[in-house]
Ligand binder design. Structure first.
Ligand code: GLA
Length: 383
């Protein structure tokens, strides 16, 4: 069942009435361009066919339910956060209010087919879909650029995950059959045709970004930028450094910061090269860049886990074009690009090897590049 149908039927079950509006937004898999979006570099994500849907109707106050457990929660949109999924809803409500685009109150049902904690951006799917649904309810429907801002500030400023804008941007701007080359330093968006399938293999190691590893890396990058400015006054972003600047970086920065900068600079070059290779239909070339990107995350950024390293190594050994850990890291999922005629066999062999080594068969599934946020019709049976 689609997430939109699940959300609308959960709404009817929990609130004994029908929703007035519904909207959905996709999760994403980042092909390449990891930890560049808060450093002014490019990213190349693809929207998943798996989506999060939000159904809503006006109400006297705020309450919400998710189809995951069917429990209805009253929301205190002015109170302290509860440290669970409802914080993302509350964050969106506050950001909408600040823009005069929030309804006075609402009851909300959420359903999702995006795995949580797998580095596939379940949080941006939730915030972008919520922002769309609630702004519709308020009679102030927001366009894609405003949805990105509301969703970004909800997660970054309200919930406190120091993310960049990649996830919200792909959730709001994705077009079916394309990857999105988003230059975060300039805001430029370019659709790159992506007609094939992408495989996702979940490590089974769940991450929670509200905790801190991402925030810690971000602090390191800010510190590195500050130190670089001592010899490069006016440097806006780490991604503006060239590979030729790296020897100077190594001379001037404390040793632990050097590999962080090296990752950002080399990943920036790899991401632009991957977009060109993808546009030229050179999937083998894209694959080599993915593997180099994974090595950079492993050795320079320190954000991989052994399960992901193993999956990447096995995927390549069995004939994939390439693979790498996708999303923030410290768990999550690996993206695999494989020749269409051999992908099922390759994925079966990788899963078997993983099971032999780690004792469980990983979740492995594929997607095509899907579209972004959209309003959903309320099914006739309910409407
Ligand atoms: C998380 C953040 C993104 C991005 C990635 C790493 O998914 O939400 O903004 O920083 O990590 O590339």
């Amino acid at each position: 069942m689609s997430s939109a149908r699940l959300a609308t039927s959960q709404f009817a079950t929990s609130f004994a009435t029908q929703p007035a509006v519904a909207a959905s937004a996709p999760g994403r898999v980042n092909l390449i361009g990891e930890h560049t979006d808060y450093n002014g570099g490019p990213v190349l994500p693809v929207a998943l066919e798996r989506r999060t849907a939000v159904a809503a109707a006006p109400w006297d106050g705020w309450r919400a339910v998710t189809s995951l457990d069917g429990a209805v929660h009253g929301l205190d949109v002015d109170g302290p956060f509860r440290r669970d999924w409802t914080d993302y809803l509350v964050g969106v409500v506050r950001e909408l209010r600040a823009r005069g685009a929030a309804p006075a109150g609402a009851q909300v049902a959420v359903a999702s087919t995006v795995p949580v904690g797998a580095g596939l951006s379940s949080s941006a799917a939730l915030t972008v879909a919520t922002a769309r649904a609630l702004s519709l309810l308020a009679g102030r429907p927001l366009g894609a650029a405003d949805l990105v801002e509301v969703a970004f500030h909800a997660e970054h400023d309200q919930v406190g995950v120091r993310c960049g804008r990649m996830d919200q941007t792909i959730a709001a701007h994705a077009r079916r059959g394309t990857a999105l080359l988003f230059e975060t330093g300039t805001g430029s968006l370019e659709q790159v045709p992506f007609p094939g399938r992408i495989w996702i293999v979940e490590t089974g190691v769940s991450h929670r970004l509200t905790g801190g590893a991402l925030n810690e890396r971000r602090r390191e990058c800010e510190q590195a930028l500050e130190l670089c400015r001592a010899w490069r006054p006016g440097l806006r972003f780490l991604a503006h450094l060239a590979p030729a600047d790296l020897p100077e970086v190594a001379r001037r920065l404390p040793p632990p910061l050097v590999p962080r900068v090296r990752h950002v600079v080399t990943e920036t070059a790899r991401t632009r090269a991957a977009a060109l290779a993808l546009a030229a239909g050179d999937l083998a070339g894209v694959g080599r860049l993915l593997v180099a990107g994974h090595e950079s995350l492993r050795l320079d950024y320190g954000s991989t886990v052994p399960e992901a390293d193993f999956l990447v190594e096995r995927a390549v050994a069995h004939g994939a074009y390439g693979a790498r850990l996708t999303g923030a890291g410290w768990g999550g999922a690996v993206v695999v690009l494989a020749p269409a005629e051999r992908e099922t066999r390759i994925l079966a062999e990788v899963s078997r090897d993983f099971g032999d080594r780690f004792g469980h068969v990983p979740e492995a599934w594929s997607t095509r590049a899907a579209g972004g946020v959209k309003r959903e019709a309320i099914p006739a049976a309910l409407g």
